[in-house]
Write a protein that binds this ligand. Structure first.
Ligand code: XIL
Length: 312
């Protein structure tokens, strides 16, 4: 099959990968289509610092090594997140937790200095019930103990690694739900308060039945551009919902969602990265039966793949 990276002309087109699949040659062949990579889990807080103060970079390093071998750029995901955080962190008191946040960001960014140019600094911190009129922060253990953890995280990251691009990443932010508007306002407020943020990750976990329209996502991305931040589509996958039994397995409808997302990104110069969340359907966190990705469970390209290829 033709490679996406050959059609991409330097534009970063990527996928989440996982070393547990690296022994599968078909997986690697499919992976080679991309020029950008993110580790599905290996660079998260609990993966790197499962035990307090004992940093284990092995799996995150192994992802990065593979990316370098295949001449792919590598995206950092994620420094601070209420989920996939270690138990020990959750149990700490406010002052200790604040210091642990600072220490983790400092140590990880220093370890990857010069190797990873973009990190999700904070992941999923806005409450799902945010109604587009202002925003609410998620009532997580982070927020409860360190209410200003977002500011601290970004300020620490900038100080430790001034050249790293710092992203905020979240879901339900593709222009369908009210939360999209709340996240926009939240990012605008960070800019206004001079909190160092360089970009926004739109996760884009969607399905064909409630899908983002081109105009909406295009408009949203262009507003981010005007704000002076970059945008990445970070975790795109599209469930077939109840269209999975269509003659084409729902691929036609799913392709349309993929095309709209990519077109909206390519249409805005500040949208500098586009990543899908996994390689083959069988590995997807959405479940293989939802057939959400570009390759099937045998790592053969599907209709969605060709749709992306032609849109690039
Ligand atoms: C998911 C992984 O795909 C799963 O393997 C893991 O069990 C849970 O996390 N938003 C994110 C990603 O930012 O890190 C999540 O990844 C999916 C939702």
């Amino acid at each position: 099959f033709e490679l996406l990276r050959d059609a991409a002309n330097g534009f970063r087109i990527g996928a989440a990968t996982n070393t547990i699949h690296y022994s599968n040659r078909n997986y690697i062949e499919a992976m080679k289509s991309f020029n950008y990579m993110v580790a599905e889990n290996a660079c998260k807080f609990v993966s790197i610092q499962g035990t307090k103060g004992r940093y284990n970079f092995d799996d995150c390093d192994n992802h990065l090594k593979k990316a370098q071998e295949l001449k792919m750029d590598f995206r950092g995901h994620a420094l601070i997140w209420h989920s996939m955080a270690p138990q020990w962190l959750e149990r700490e008191d406010s002052n200790t937790m604040k210091q642990s946040i600072i220490d983790h960001i400092t140590t990880v960014l220093k370890h990857y200095e010069g190797k990873i140019d973009t990190w999700d600094v904070v992941n999923e911190a806005i409450d799902d019930g945010s109604n587009g009129n202002g925003w609410k922060l998620r009532n997580s253990f982070l927020y409860q103990k360190v209410p200003n953890f977002i500011d601290i995280a970004f300020q620490t990251a900038r100080k430790v690694s001034p050249n790293t691009k710092l992203f905020y990443n979240d879901y339900n932010t593709e222009g369908i739900w009210a939360k999209s508007e709340s996240v926009y306002q939240f990012v605008a407020d960070m800019k206004k308060r001079n909190i160092p943020i360089d970009g926004v990750g739109i996760q884009y976990h969607v399905g064909v039945n409630v899908q983002p329209q081109f105009d909406k996502i295009n408009n949203l991305i262009s507003r981010y551009c005007k704000l002076g931040v970059e945008v990445h589509i970070t975790e795109l996958d599209v469930s077939c919902d109840d269209n999975c039994n269509d003659r084409d397995g729902g691929e036609g409808k799913q392709s349309q969602v993929y095309i709209n997302a990519l077109k909206a990104c390519l249409n805005n110069s500040c949208c500098t990265g586009f990543l899908v969340w996994g390689i083959g359907d069988s590995d997807s966190w959405r479940g293989a039966e939802n057939k959400p990705l570009l390759f099937n469970s045998n790592y053969q390209p599907k209709g969605q793949y060709n749709a992306i290829l032609e849109t690039l």
